[in-house]
Write a protein that binds this ligand. Structure first.
Ligand code: AVI
Length: 309
């Protein structure tokens, strides 16, 4: 299988050699992984996507009033730009900037948004959120709202999430804001069900990372030989996803190999669950000022508007 030259195979291999082994969660999202994630968002057990939309629909007018109109909307990890459609209807931005690693995917999404909102000036930026982002010339400097929906902040460890919030603060500029969706701490049974759906879609999503690794580093993982494991780690307030070897197995790649004992795990994802207080503290640490919070009636999810000054 051809190796992807834009990925550094060594980074993946180094992480695989560690104990416990890791594969970074960004490698979930090849084409098939992105399709599986779309399916996850529609599962009955996976409440975050629909709860966030519910909050946007219920409090849309209040949110729009707090944000204002005619500004520049910048969506992080925009994907197909679907979430921005609802927001654009509410706040009628003059400019829209879609940022995502998947350039083609995001360009199609931005095109769809332009057709739905004639007059909207759109820009796309292919960038990894883990590093500082430069916006194209032509994006206004003032009245910027950075939009980061879907609780994707949960997939960053505390230090990295702070760094991302600081970068969002810089991106929003002096008179800007961040509008962010965050999944909240709740009954572990509800959390664990969301990552262990009855149809096994999340299990396939998790196993697919091995197929993607095979493409990227030329390894010979057999996804069926790995069991999906997901549980809530209460002390770290996060869902952890792992892949557990069903039997003793050896995985090879060009120039190396790794032995896994039966039951040994590869850690593939953390999904941190916040309390409103922890989120607020982190936003303040990143430099944000006034904070407004909207939640659903069950207090399962929050949409937060944090102003830069
Ligand atoms: C993208 N991210 C917010 C999802 C989450 O819930 O952490 C990824 C996911 N992993 C398993 N299911 C969904």
């Amino acid at each position: 299988m051809p190796l992807d030259a834009s990925i550094e195979p060594l980074t993946i291999i180094d992480a695989l050699k560690r104990s416990p082994a890791r594969i970074a969660s960004k490698y979930f999202y090849d084409n098939h992984g992105s399709e599986l994630f779309e399916l996850i968002t529609r599962l009955p057990e996976y409440y975050p996507t629909r709860t966030e939309l519910e909050i946007l629909n219920q409090f849309g007018e209040d949110i729009a009033l707090a944000i204002g109109q005619g500004l520049t909307l910048i969506e992080l990890g925009a994907g197909n730009c679907e979430k921005s459609q609802t927001l654009c209807r509410l706040i009628q931005p003059s400019h829209f900037v879609a940022i995502d690693v998947a350039e083609e995917f995001v360009r199609e999404g931005a095109n769809r948004l332009r057709s739905a909102f004639p007059g909207l000036i759109t820009h796309t930026v292919a960038a990894d959120l883990a590093v500082p982002i430069t916006l194209p010339t032509g994006v206004p400097y003032s009245k910027r709202v950075v939009f980061y929906p879907g609780s994707s902040i949960g997939n960053f460890d505390p230090a990295d999430s702070l760094a991302l919030l600081e970068r969002s603060h810089a991106l929003a500029g002096k008179d800007g804001a961040l509008l962010i969706g965050v999944d909240l701490v709740k009954d572990p049974a509800i959390l664990e069900a969301a990552y262990n759906d009855a149809d096994g879609v999340t299990a396939r999503f998790n196993q697919n990372i091995l197929r993607h690794a095979n493409c990227l580093i030329g390894s010979d993982f057999k996804p069926k030989h790995w069991r999906h494991v997901a549980f809530f780690n209460n002390s770290l307030s996060r869902i952890e996803m792992h892949l557990e070897a069903k039997t003793t197995t050896v995985v090879h790649w060009p120039g190396g190999e790794r032995h896994f004992a039966s039951g040994e795990r590869i850690h593939t994802e953390n999904s941190y669950k916040y309390t409103p207080k922890i989120l607020e503290d982190r936003l303040r640490q990143a430099g944000f000022g006034q904070i407004d919070v909207w939640m659903d009636a069950r207090r399962w999810f929050a949409i937060v508007l944090a102003r830069t000054c």
